[in-house]
Design a protein around this ligand. Structure first.
Ligand code: 16G
Length: 242
């Protein structure tokens, strides 16, 4: 119940109440919330207070509004725990989602100066350029472009790269993928990205670049990914030095 004389602001009590209902499954993705007026009448509070609560929930990604239709509960964000060096296939499987890919492009190209430098191969050396839409339960989550030395990784086919690249490298080639450096930047989707990710142009995305290395230090991949910011979040473990 809403406590009017609590030191916790009323709008915040509403925020927490809705968050709790989402967490325990009483509110499911796609469920409609009552209108501002209905909320205000139900709890005997002002519409301003309701609006403040809904704005916070919207900014934090718990709900979204469609003009003329109402307010709805968002899909849960998929959390990827850093620093676990996991593959997309592992990430989705761990969450009970069906991983999938839609292969957009698969070609061996000559390495540009930058790619050659990152992969520590000679300029114009053969690299696979693999572009995939990554899906979770058939919903697009990310657009991913991998650059991988074709002299290092032999035998990629369209079939293989349409599944798990990491599984092939580890299970079929016996390679030990060990560490990676990764940067994450925020951005907005352009027309092409929006179309492929089934979001609106201008919607928030996360640009992720990963350089992955084998146990012996050999760079194995350079990956550029575009993740939907409405469906993905990254958790980072921090430890204070002592
Ligand atoms: C993840 C990695 C990507 C890697 C891919 C392999 C991020 C940001 N990127 O998407 O670097 O190439 O997994 O996935 O996490 P796969 O084994 O399912 O092909």
């Amino acid at each position: 119940m809403i406590k009017k004389n609590s030191p916790i602001p009323i709008y915040y009590q509403i925020v927490e109440r809705i968050q709790k209902q989402i967490a325990n499954g009483d509110l499911q993705p796609g469920d409609a919330l009552p209108s501002e007026r209905e909320f205000a009448e139900k709890y005997h509070i002002s519409r301003m207070t309701v609006r403040q609560a809904l704005t916070q929930l919207e900014n934090d990604g718990y709900i979204y509004r469609i003009r003329g239709k109402g307010t709805f509960i968002s899909e849960h964000k998929i959390e990827q725990t850093l620093p676990g060096l996991t593959s997309f296939t592992e990430d989705m499987t761990a969450r009970g989602l069906k991983p999938g890919s839609h292969l957009l492009h698969f070609e061996i190209i000559p390495a540009t100066e930058q790619i050659a430098k990152m992969l520590r191969i000679s300029e114009y050396g053969p690299v696979y350029e693999i572009k995939r839409i990554r899906l979770a339960d058939h919903v697009p989550m990310a657009l991913e472009t991998n650059y991988i030395s074709a002299n290092l990784i032999k035998g990629f086919t369209e079939d293989i790269v349409n599944q798990s690249i990491y599984a092939y490298m580890e299970e079929q080639l016996g390679l030990k993928i060990e560490h990676a450096t990764q940067t994450i930047e925020s951005s907005v989707a352009n027309e092409t990205e929006a179309k492929m990710l089934e979001i609106k142009p201008g919607a928030p995305i996360m640009l992720i670049q990963r350089n992955t290395f084998l146990q012996d230090g050999t760079p194995v991949e350079l990956v550029k990914s575009t993740y939907r910011a409405d469906r993905y979040k990254f958790a980072i473990q921090l430890r204070r030095k002592n």
